[in-house]
Design a protein around this ligand. Sequence first.
Ligand code: SF4
Length: 950
Amino acid sequence: MTAPLVPNAHEVRSTCCYCGVGCGVVIETDGAQITGVRGDPDHPANFGQLCSKGAALHLTARAELRPSRAQFPELRRDRNIARERVSWDTALDVLADRFARIIRVHGPDAVAFYISGQLLTEDYYVFNKLVKGLIGTNNLDTNSRLCMSSAVAGYKQTLGADAPPCSYEDIDHAELVLIAGSNAAYAHPILYRRLEAARRRNPSMKTIVIDPRRTATARDADLHLPILPGTDVALFNAMLHVLCWEDMLDDSFIAQHTEGFGALKAAVREYSPGNVAHTCGVSEAEIVQAARWFGQARTALSLYCQGLNQSTSGTAKNAALINLHLATGQIGKPGAGPFSLTGQPNAMGGREVGGMANLLSAHRDLSNAEHRAEVAGLWGVDDVPAQPGKTAVEMFEAVRTGSIKAIWIACTNPAQSMPDQRSIHAALEVAELVVVQEAYRHTETAHYADVLLPATSWGEKDGTVTNSERRISRVRKAIDGPGEARADWEIACAFARRLETRLRPGKPSLFPYTDAASVWLEHRASTAGRDLDISGLTYPLLDSIGPQQWPMPEGATTGTARLYEDQRFATPNSKARFVATAYKPVADKIDARLPLQLNTGRLRDQWHAMSRTGTVGRLFNHAPEPTIGLHPRDLAQRGVRAGELVKVSSRRGSIYLTAVADEDVRSGQAFLPMHWGARFLGGNAVHGVNTLTISSFDPDSKQPELKHSAVRIDKAELPWRLVAFGWPGAGTSSTTAEGGSACTTDASPAAIEIVDALGPLLPRFAFGSLSLIGHEQEGVLLRLASATPASPELIAEIDRSFALDGSQVVRYDDSRKWVSRRIVVHEGKLRAVRLSGELMASAAEPWLRDWLTRGEPVEAIRRLLLAPNATPPQGFVARGKTVCTCWNVAASTIDATLAALQGPPGSRLSALQARLNCGTNCGSCLPELRRMIEARTDASSGTRTAESAA
Ligand code: SF4
């Protein structure tokens, strides 16, 4: 039974705004502020659970973070001056005039819209109609291009429609779960909790993980295939080879419900495990084992994500995996099927409304004249253009080369997230007009906005989203947005109404919507008779019976859990199609100059470009700073020690990063978290991690190969270092994003404000990084490195940002080695520290930072503060990273507790949870706790072995 929509006057049900699991949340509010969040116990995606990101959602909506929100429209009348605040009328009139002029002079293809899988379906619908219906171009693409377009192309090629056929409940029925290119433990944590629970209930369930890295997900698997990057097609073809050779096919399914198997069978003949093992970098036996488990399972489910999608062979990888399911009849039944996991909360909704450059509303085909006529009829326009628009990479390239004059970017941060950042920044630099519709004013992209339009965000807007399992959930407003921020669909509508008076004067408006529901009803009408028909669904029904999976046609009382149960696929003859996929290597070749394969991926507690998660200190504590992981052998080969700075270079640019030893990364590879943009990771000519990545894309899906770049790594020669950290202090200076007027306040600014004030300094150094520190209290950590010392003026500017410039500051200077130290103590505790000079000048940083974040009294270390070596006090134990974010439990505490625990791993985990609480709330740290227990078991059995040998 569904609980009431409003359990009490201060709670509102909505949906998490991060990943595609689409968890239901209950927002607690006092009417003006969001005061808390918890998992919705009745939402079928999560049944009350939330991961570490979802559980911290309310912290991203704190009143103190308001200054980092875009609150008023801003307009830059000249590129050389800062934006000024204007009224909505002024901003929208200026935009309508300028867009109308560009369209008249250069044609509709001279404008483009780059939007987001984080928009709600209603937002997406209005943008799509505005661009394709009113303006008459298909230049509308979205960041889902970077995320899901290969899955779309793979489904369409094989099953005939962009429709993930499975449900989360299939995990409960699967005998085998194959996870390919997905670290679900980090990227889709609540779904992963479901898999953990299913494995506990059914110990005979097997899991296979295919991933170049030994991720948290891979560590838990029964079989991990650490294939070399980009070799998935070769592996899947080899598995099919085994299935054919060992007679594990479902011949009757193939004969009755598919076509094209003959060509595929001939194609995979040469992909014997023996032939392919070397290509894939795994053993023949492992390939055979994976194939046998797949072929022998009564029910086999595949979960896959960016490892398949973000590739120049992304569509082929998807198709090759779906081939396995079709060949064994593992589809259309409980516990079986190919199940793509969406990265974003509403990538699915965007696809449903046709919100991409090559899609049309309700899964219609742009190339189909009848389909275009249907959509034109529905919208009340003469036609919609047939020519596909520019996809993400093509779009920014067209901006750079000038054929697209104006670009409107909504709810996404391409100046961080697109590959080959130099070309993206070059495009935004030369664009005639850049419009940024955004909730946060300090994103890397907002910096380029000629017009900044403030948008409402999570907790402030109304509409729907669709999660990975086709489930449509309501998103509900709990509070008003800040300042004059408006809902995204409202902004698009207000602009569209002004534009239509210029492009089609005198005609009735195409945008008569009064609320999100009225937009959604038009979308619903567009789906009637289509594979995603939701004509049986209404907002009130979603409110009364809860989230539903499409299709749900008129007359249906509930949504559809599973597709293709009748074995009729969405192709003209209802047969699924095998695709004879061929392995092609990655685009960016390694060679003697660039010998390492760079893989990018997710951290556990950050999400995408960190616009939102980057405002919460505790979400940094699991991975506090940007680092690059290499196998210890590769570090040693380069004469680099863990923790040292290295220079990472690709064919597109170089960045400096701290190297960490990571045995989970294969030798010859490197791993770099995708989240760090120029706001947090800077340096001269550096635009975050995507300075390194390549924009080559899959020919069908146009999805770029973000998962692989050839790089080299050299020890950094940057002898001058600075590290500063501390809590914001009253009177701390902060500057505007444009580097304009400085202001000094009596109240302490939020830590993120200091980050944004310091950001413009980063490009003045070879390396610079910024992060938040702390748990309840939030502070800032700044790290800089360069070949020569910074000027005293620049250092003084940094000191002011940390309020290290007053009379209370403890100082130490040794000009011979550029060494300088500044420390502020407040109420007997460290409040801020700055260490600079030669490399060793910052040696005391780790323990001083620990001292500060723990809030230890300074008395015990007072005499060490200015000692030349500044070694930690006797008995000091470094806290280590925070493993459990919910309960703020550090690695050192867990280690110390584990040292005293005996018994099997399961009982030690329970004891650990009982003593420290870790892993008892969101569960995101459970894989790491298991790993720590395992490591301690290995270490103690190693000790025992050594003792026996002695
Ligand atoms: Fe949000 Fe976490 Fe659920 Fe994803 S798994 S929707 S990030 S709570």
